[in-house]
Design a protein around this ligand. Structure first.
Ligand SMILES: NC(=O)c1ccc[n+]([C@@H]2O[C@H](COP(=O)([O-])OP(=O)(O)OC[C@H]3O[C@@H](n4cnc5c(N)ncnc54)[C@H](OP(=O)(O)O)[C@@H]3O)[C@@H](O)[C@H]2O)c1
Length: 276
């Protein structure tokens, strides 16, 4: 499977990111090394972790063991809510880097806006500093609503390159995606499979049967054809490979529309306005 060629998306600063990556939320640290090595073997090159996942160390061990050249990898991590603020973000970044064992990071994100804290602009200044020092190739945000984006951009010199938000057939987040597009920000879909909860939906199953693919492959294809970056997670080797085997079929406009019809405003995670 290592010959699979994953398309790249060019971000607003010219850096490219693989459109399909691998997430490690809720993978225990001690299992993360083998899971990440499995994903790299399958052909993934982009890995999404976060300080709060508690498994940056496990990711770091996998990166130390792989013989894939560093420049072919795209590693993302995120600053956690309790570390927001200028100095505390710089400190959190150093801890992240020491756990990952890297001398530069590909992408660093503010994990949640936590609007009640009123610290995301200060936190962003720290990310701008890390970017200026070339310790990070891409800086971005996660879970930012259109109002948070506008507020941040009005007070900053660097526009976020990516907004990583919850997107799947049952929660399509169209207003956030429209705002991202307006600001030139790429949307990255987290919980792209709704944590597996949409895979039994009849329209998805019917489309999967039509192409001889699985429901997960159909949903990943739907994200890719919408132009989003997508980071499904699995600890199961067969699924890790399955989720990457999505480049030999194409959904029709009618298939896409039928998946669009599954929108029901269903969040697997908290609403960004209320999470502090
Ligand atoms: N920025 C944020 O706030 C935020 C929040 C949540 C997630 N994320 C990121 O997004 C990534 C993905 O989201 P997620 O982990 O929440 O959920 P997800 O990728 O939507 O779904 C993962 C779940 O689906 C199952 N699954 C995966 N592939 C499958 C397949 N082919 N067939 C059937 N079931 C399958 C997995 O099971 P097994 O693992 O048991 O195989 C797991 O239970 C995370 O890992 C993380 O990197 C970011």
């Amino acid at each position: 499977m290592t010959d699979i060629s994953i398309p790249n998306i060019t971000l607003n600063n010219g850096v490219t990111i693989p459109q399909l990556g691998f997430g490690v939320f809720q993978v225990p640290d001690e299992q993360t090394t083998e899971v990440v090595l499995e994903a790299l073997k399958a052909g993934y090159r982009s890995i999404d972790t976060a300080a709060v996942y508690g498994n940056e160390g496990g990711v770091g061990k996998a990166l130390a063991q792989t013989d894939i050249p560093r420049e072919q990898l795209f590693i993302t991590s995120k600053v956690w809510n309790s570390d927001q603020g200028y100095e505390s973000t710089l400190k959190a970044f150093d801890e992240t880097m020491s756990k990952l064992g890297l001398d530069y990071l590909d992408m660093y994100l503010i994990h949640w806006p936590t609007p009640e804290k009123k610290l995301y602009v200060e936190t962003w200044k720290a990310l701008e500093e890390l970017y200026a020092q070339k310790k990070v190739r891409v800086i971005g945000v996660s879970n930012f609503q259109p109002g948070h984006l506008e507020d941040l951009i009005n007070q900053s010199s660097v526009t976020p390159a990516v907004n990583q938000v919850e997107v799947h057939p049952a929660m399509q987040n169209r207003n956030v995606i429209a705002a991202d597009r307006e600001f030139g920000i790429a949307t990255e879909a987290w919980s792209p499979l709704a944590k597996g909860e949409v895979l039994g939906e009849k329209p998805i199953q019917d489309i999967a049967d039509k192409y001889g693919k699985t429901p997960a492959q159909v949903v990943i294809r739907w994200h890719l054809q919408e132009g989003r970056i997508v980071i499904p997670k699995s600890v199961t080797p067969a699924r890790i490979a399955e989720n990457l085997d999505v480049f030999d079929f194409q959904l029709t406009a009618e298939d896409m529309k039928s998946i669009d019809g599954l929108e029901r405003g269903y969040r697997t995670g908290p609403h960004p306005d209320q999470f502090n």
